[in-house]
Design a protein around this ligand. Sequence first.
Ligand code: TRP
Length: 354
Amino acid sequence: MSAFAPRVFSGVQPTGNLHLGNYLGAIRKFVALQESQDCIYCVVDLHAITAQLVHEDLKSQIRSITAAFLAAGIDPKRHIVFNQSRVSGHAELAWIFNCVARIGWMNRMTQFKEKAGKDRENASLGLLAYPSLMAADILLYRATHVPVGDDQKQHLELTRDIAIKFNNDFSERIAAAGVGTPVQMGEETVNGYFPITEPLIEGPATRVMSLKDGAKKMSKSDPSDLSRINLTDDADQIARKIKKAKTDPDALPSEPAGLAGRAEADNLVGIFAALSERSKADVLSEFGGRNFSEFKPALAELAVTSLGPVTGEMRRLLAEPAHIDAVLKDGGDRANEIAEQTMRDVKEIVGFLQ
Ligand code: TRP
């Protein structure tokens, strides 16, 4: 056990509109964690410029993620909600981590390889250093737990590698500065400054697929709006999209094993299970043997009652940008207080004059 106070940190990029997949996969989990943990939820706008420098309307994208956090029920008074670029410590600590991490670590990242594509030489340096900034986001607050999707697991491992190397390379300085904390690193307990953060990985159960193709993830970039439920859709749109979702002609099986090879059926049952917080097996014990003509209206009704209030609140908040801006400013001020203390310690550890 580490001696760090438990703290949750997570980030969402302000790119594209939010949909049911983001809600069930990430945001709803953030909401659940706030009951038992101190949480910091960040709109990572500095990350948004790594893949594409110029954005149509970054400000409204930042407000939209913030609105989704609030509409889903995150309490910005008990916890912290802010946008990353407001707190200069993120970029500052990322620079130091750029000097801790090795180029080889970054080159191995799957997400970098995918996003950079064939022309790696032409990717931004920021895209290569992306995981270093992500490590800075987390460690600036010495966060102990990070809820993220499966695809971010490798970045979390890299965050741990950076914390381990920093703790090891500076162990004497950390002790001399009197800012160390016992950190469990493998078998050993060492005097470290950064915790070895634990990922809280969501299972594949919450992966929401396209309503038009069960083999593809629900995505904001799919040209068909019918493929996803947006967090701004009203009750009629939600119901209509579920009714138009792709299915197969067979009745539902009575056990999850029967969903094998039926990607669309599996997805709709998965959405039903996630929205009602039941297992797929439980849902199928109720709907097994029934046709989609019965299941879809039940799913539409469930989606409208459970999501309708969230999407309604989202639209209401978006109409009130001044309120959102005030939440971000207040959150930024409180985040900055924590960040400044960390940066003072880190500068002392590294040996800068201050
Ligand atoms: N890389 C994450 C994603 O694309 C976003 C992110 C940035 C993040 N910084 C973070 C997530 C810190 C968790 C913690 O999903």
